[in-house]
Design a protein around this ligand. Sequence first.
Ligand code: ATP
Ligand code: MG
Length: 391
Amino acid sequence: MKSKVILLRYGEIFLKGRNKSYFEKLLIDNIKAKLQGIDCEFVRTQNRYYIENYDESLTDEIVRRMKQVFGLHSLSVATKVETDYQALNEVALEYAPDTKATFRITVNRADKSLDKNSAQIGADVGAYVLKRREGYKVDLHKPQIEIKIDIREKGYSYVFRDIELCAQGMPVGCSGKGLLLLSGGFDSPVAGYRMARRGMQICAIHYHSFPYTSEQAKQKVVDLAEVLTEYAGDIKLFVVPFTEIQFAIHEKCRADYMITIMRRIMIDIAKRVAEKNGCGALITGESLGQVASQTLQSLTVTNDAVSGLPVFRPLIGMDKYEIMKTAEEIGTYKLSELPYQDCCTVFLPKNPVIKPSLEIAKKEQAKIDNLESLVNSAIENIEVIELKQKN
Ligand code: ATP
Ligand code: MG
């Protein structure tokens, strides 16, 4: 008997204390949701999980999926074999590439019924490998290759080598629910990813200015949200018709304050939608100083439009380059790059104010005398799109 298994390790920090079983249940549920459609067995042991009894041609696919589960720290593809000294020799040899290298065998023995201890087993397997690999040299302290043998109680062992880092973070769902203001740009999807990584379940809201922004622009946002579901699980996306509000701003407010006012209205609508849907925070992709609407003064004036709900801006201290790099890694870059116009670029002034005054912003906004009814009508006409987790 010999088969491939995937060994999963979780981060330890969040599993301490009284909440351990709560966190762990969420993590296991999230792992199982990611494994949907794959015939396999999930085994929980102390401090580790194993995925076993699956079709070995699916190893890479399972590894790919597990790397998207927040709360997992690392994984190893291992070989499960019965605890028989000759079998261990042979499997260990499979993990020893035929090159010049220093190596060590590290044995961890839970099965105390064996007649040899960990050090003896390690030395014996090491001797077996050494005889069959020219150019190998034992180095117990800083080996280039470390082959690990984990001997378990029930007569079987796991042999593995590489430890691959997973996405880390906290299991989605353990930090409440946040409403992500999702545009088609590079930043907001990354912001959603960051907060999901801290355990937030994600809902998303998008402002759409049809027909000034196209169906494709909306589809792009749906596609971006769908990529996020790979990490964050199911996402409810609210698409808000924003054209009439933009017209009103355009018609009534000072040109250089249009963006400021638009952002205040966006965040106000988001707050109302968040409260109706049990979201305890708003999330945006803002980064300090990136554009005129993200200076300290602009953020202050935007923030004034929302009270009682925190606005999380996980990218606030990140450079554009770092954000783009994350976008690339998580798979949103290629979508964000598509050129469809966003509502922010429709009817907007060339020279937006960089240091808006709150007083002027409020005065200009008050010129839209039917704002409350425009906002209510936009909320009533929200299109809700339920996106299921994509594996
Ligand atoms: P992004 O790359 O996320 O679009 P950006 O650099 O283009 O960001 P802005 O356009 O000023 O910056 O938007 C700042 C934030 O406001 C975005 O990160 C997003 O959270 C939110 N936002 C902007 N436009 C929209 C929209 N049409 N729908 C929903 N949220 C939006
Ligand atoms: Mg944008």
